[in-house]
Ligand binder design. Structure first.
Ligand code: FMN
Length: 384
């Protein structure tokens, strides 16, 4: 495949996924594409979104449409941002930087994973101050160090991800021998040798490292499999106490948890099942969203991710109670297919679909999306 023209072959997210699968070593593609346990939840997330059908409305003059949206008092040009993803540069050398660049072009927030391949300081600069900082409760002294570094750098928003107290088994990663730090044996060498475009680019760009750890003042080391099992409500209290900026709690699927998190002083909640990468038997994230919205009331800020595969999905999530939507794997499929050009193509597809779908449900402003646009018959009969 001539990769110079790969982005020209991207007309859908599925096209990008197929191209990324060809270009990337199996070890790396399965890490980004894979899910936990039987892997069905990743698909169920998108199927459940698909089941929600919208009602077209006609004769409404939808010539001019506005996609600008405020979230946490920040004005963005699109109703979506980039969900945190660790070790992005395994997909393409410089992937984090591409995300930062697109966040500037589109005026949207990129979330810097605790395990990002670029330091939080560099990401903040590259995104011209738009970055949000994501943390897991790995070593708590490191969480506190990163919060301090984020504050000193100028960050205004932090995300605490709470749905990975223990990591669920990922069969493909185990089969492929995906570990961090990496262990490279004959199987992995063969995988790299048969995907020369990726391997050469990665060799030239340098093997990605978890840069927030590499720059740690306390010498903390990233061990992906390390348990975060001791994380509890006291952890949340301590993080809330240490962070003066806006705090988002990510990975919430239960209305009872959501109510408690709100009471603990979080500023927003990200409804998410981690894209089907944690509890494999969980419900589709989109099904949890309206329940959580009902529990919290109309005003509490809610983000949503898991299963978004196009512009209409963003509208569906907004209609079911989200204030803002986050993209995950589709970004990495674009990058994996053709780097910067692939990412731009994915964003163009999503923005085009979003704007068109908005007009076809008879609206001209993304801020007017409510559950009124959902064809009620389908939401009542929703099943996989
Ligand atoms: C390769 C990869 C790495 C991820 N790393 C993180 C991470 O470091 N922190 C985090 O909170 N979520 C992480 N996630 C979860 C995403 O933020 C998001 O919840 C999920 O991808 C949404 O599902 P979708 O990809 O099906 O849209 C990761 C997801 C993927 C695919």
């Amino acid at each position: 495949m001539n990769n110079i023209t790969a982005s020209k072959k991207i007309h859908s997210i599925e096209d990008a996924r197929n191209l990324a699968k060809k270009r990337m070593p199996r070890l790396m593609f399965d890490f980004l594409d894979g899910a936990s346990g039987d892997e069905k939840l990743c698909e169920i997330n998108s199927t459940a979104l698909d089941q929600i059908r919208l009602e077209p409305k006609v004769l409404r003059n939808v010539e001019n449409r506005n996609l600008k949206k405020k979230f946490l008092d920040i004005e963005f040009d699109q109703p979506f941002g980039f969900s945190p993803m660790g070790m992005c540069n395994l997909t393409w050398t410089g992937a984090d930087k591409m995300l930062a660049k697109e966040s500037v072009v589109n005026n949207i927030p990129p979330c810097v994973s605790m395990a990002s391949s670029t330091s939080l300081e560099d990401m903040y600069e590259l995104s011209e101050g738009r970055s949000w900082m994501q943390l897991y409760n790995f070593q708590e002294n490191f969480v506190m160090e990163l919060l301090q570094r984020a504050e000193q750098t100028g960050y205004k928003v932090a995300i605490l991800t709470v749905d990975v107290p223990i990591q669920f088994r990922r069969a493909k990663d185990n089969k492929n021998g995906f570990t961090v730090p990496f262990k490279i044996g004959p199987k992995q060498m063969f995988d790299f040798a048969t995907h020369p475009l990726w391997s050469l680019a990665t060799l030239l760009g340098g093997i990605p490292k978890p840069m927030n750890y590499e720059t740690s003042k306390n010498g903390n080391k990233f061990v992906r499999s390390e348990s975060r099992g001791a994380t509890d409500w006291e952890t949340l209290k301590r993080v809330r106490g240490a962070w003066k900026g806006k705090l988002i709690i990510k990975g919430v699927m239960s209305p009872e948890d959501a109510l408690k998190i709100k009471a603990e002083g979080a500023d927003a909640i990200q409804v998410s099942n981690h894209g089907g990468r944690q509890l494999d038997s969980a419900t589709a994230a989109i099904e949890a969203l309206p329940l959580i919205r009902n529990a919290l009331g109309k005003e509490f800020p809610l983000l949503f991710d898991s299963g978004i595969r196009g512009g209409s999905d963003i509208i569906r999530a907004l209609a079911l109670g989200a204030d803002y939507v986050m993209l995950g794997r589709p970004l990495m499929y674009g990058i994996g297919a053709d780097g910067e050009k692939g990412l731009r193509k994915i964003l163009d597809i999503i923005k085009d679909e979003l704007s068109t779908a908005l007009g076809l449900v008879g609206l001209t402003d993304i801020n007017e999306v409510t559950s009124e646009i959902i064809a009620k018959k389908f939401i009542q009969n929703m099943k996989y």
